[in-house]
Design a binder for this molecule. Structure first.
Ligand code: CDP
Length: 225
């Protein structure tokens, strides 16, 4: 039996949080919930509606009104869940470079964070959940039983994201992926509200020299000790 009910996993872009959280949730029989996809979905809707992402009031209003549905996967194409907005499946579109380039701007808006944090907290407090993001252990669920901060160097993270995008048939350059990862980290770390920072009581894991299996084993052991 796991000792914990609420598990928070935070860390910078492409640190392997989602892979770890998905596996951990499956092994424990918990709900896997990726908060990043909510920020990505709002960004996607803003771009799709041709809203200027620099229009803070417009984007914040959008975040309050748009309903993002996160559903069990309807296809076996590697997706951990379906992301649906207004009846449209945007699961893969929210991973595209145009969303990636704008999501940190959108997620720095206090109005956007307020709207999404409330929903995330409500889901997380039910327990039996592995929630992943940037501010789960610090803001969304500070009462989490276990907090993990998964880190890795920008070069290693960019290499992982580059391989992921190439695997999906995208034409991208490593140098550009690296630049964008660094820029996203810069905005996420320096914003006024809920910046990316390890919670004081987080277990910090540097995965530069640990593959996904090793990271998983380490955390799974912590849950069952
Ligand atoms: O998968 P990756 O780590 O690249 O990104 P993600 O977890 O999908 O998050 C995308 C973006 O959403 C981040 O760069 C943050 O700007 C924002 N985010 C956030 O501000 N707070 C969260 N709890 C989760 C994501």
């Amino acid at each position: 039996m796991p000792k914990f009910s609420i598990i928070a996993i935070d860390g910078p872009a492409a640190s392997g949080k989602s892979t770890l959280a998905f596996r951990l949730a499956a092994a424990l029989g918990f709900l896997y919930f990726d908060t990043g996809l909510m920020y990505r979905a709002i960004t996607w809707v803003a771009i799709n509606r041709k809203l200027n992402v620099l229009d803070e009031i417009g984007v914040s209003r959008l975040a309050e009104n748009v309903q993002i549905e996160v559903l069990p996967p309807s296809l076996s194409d590697g997706r951990p869940c379906d992301v649906v907005v207004e009846g449209r499946d945007i699961t893969w579109e929210i991973r595209n470079p145009d969303v990636e380039a704008n999501v940190s701007i959108v997620s720095a808006y206090p109005g956007v964070r307020r709207a999404l944090t409330q929903q995330q907290r409500r889901i997380g407090l039910h327990g039996h959940v592995v929630m992943v993001g940037r501010d789960i252990g610090t803001v969304v669920l500070p009462e989490a039983d276990l907090k993990i901060y998964l880190d890795a160097s920008a070069a290693v993270r960019a290499q992982r994201r580059f391989s992921e995008l190439i695997g999906r048939g995208m034409k991208v350059k490593y140098s550009e992926v690296l630049e964008k990862v660094i820029e996203r980290d810069r905005i996420d770390t320096n914003r006024d509200i809920a910046p990316l920072i390890p919670a004081k009581d987080a277990v910090i894991i540097d995965s530069d020299n640990l593959d996904a299996d090793k990271v998983f084993e380490k955390i799974f052991d912590l849950c069952n000790d």
